[in-house]
Design a protein. Structure first.
Length: 174
């Protein structure tokens, strides 16, 4: 219990150091990782049953070469690919938004620095340091958040392509 309290205090202090923009970075990061985990769950636990169902239905068809059979094959491949690729563009968007939010934090932090300089001049280094930290911490946080999702977004896209190609190959004409 003490560990959790210390961990939450550390996060609170970090957010105070970086300013309110970090709440937005944290929200986007949470959404991105929720979707990443959901997609991996789908790919590894739900999709294999769906793929096997489609393959079994295709193999049980008597007619696999007519025009209608080819349209049914295309329909099944498209439906399966749509379900497999659902949410990938949202994950990519979250990866792209994180650095932009960090840049927003940089701009707001620099505005704070210039505001302090306008009011008290350059003699108050501590007040300027607060603004500089609010300018650099969100930038770092946005970059780290984006980097944490890039590999997994690419992995999910690769799995999407590989599984779609596999299904297209397996549903060939008899």
């Amino acid at each position: 219990m003490v560990f959790v309290r210390e961990f939450l205090d550390t996060i609170r202090e970090f957010i105070e150091l970086g300013g309110p923009v970090l709440y937005a970075v944290m929200a986007v990061l949470f959404l991105m990782w929720t979707f990443i985990i959901e997609r991996f769950w789908y790919v590894y636990f739900v999709y294999p049953r769906e793929r096997d169902r489609v393959l079994a239905a295709w193999r049980d068809r008597f007619d696999q070469e007519s025009w209608y059979a080819r349209r049914i094959r295309e329909l099944w491949i498209s439906q399966t690919a749509i379900e497999l690729g659902r949410g990938l563009s949202f994950i990519r968007t979250c990866v792209a938004v994180c650095p932009l939010l960090g840049l927003l934090g940089t701009v707001t932090g620099m505005i704070l620095v210039f505001d302090v300089m306008a009011i008290v001049g350059t003699g108050n280094a501590r007040a300027m340091a607060d603004g500089v930290s609010q300018a650099t911490v969100p930038t770092m946080s946005g970059m780290v958040a984006a980097l944490s999702g890039i590999y997994f977004a690419d992995r999910l896209e690769r799995l999407y392509r590989e599984e779609t190609e596999f299904l297209e190959d397996e549903l060939q004409h008899a």
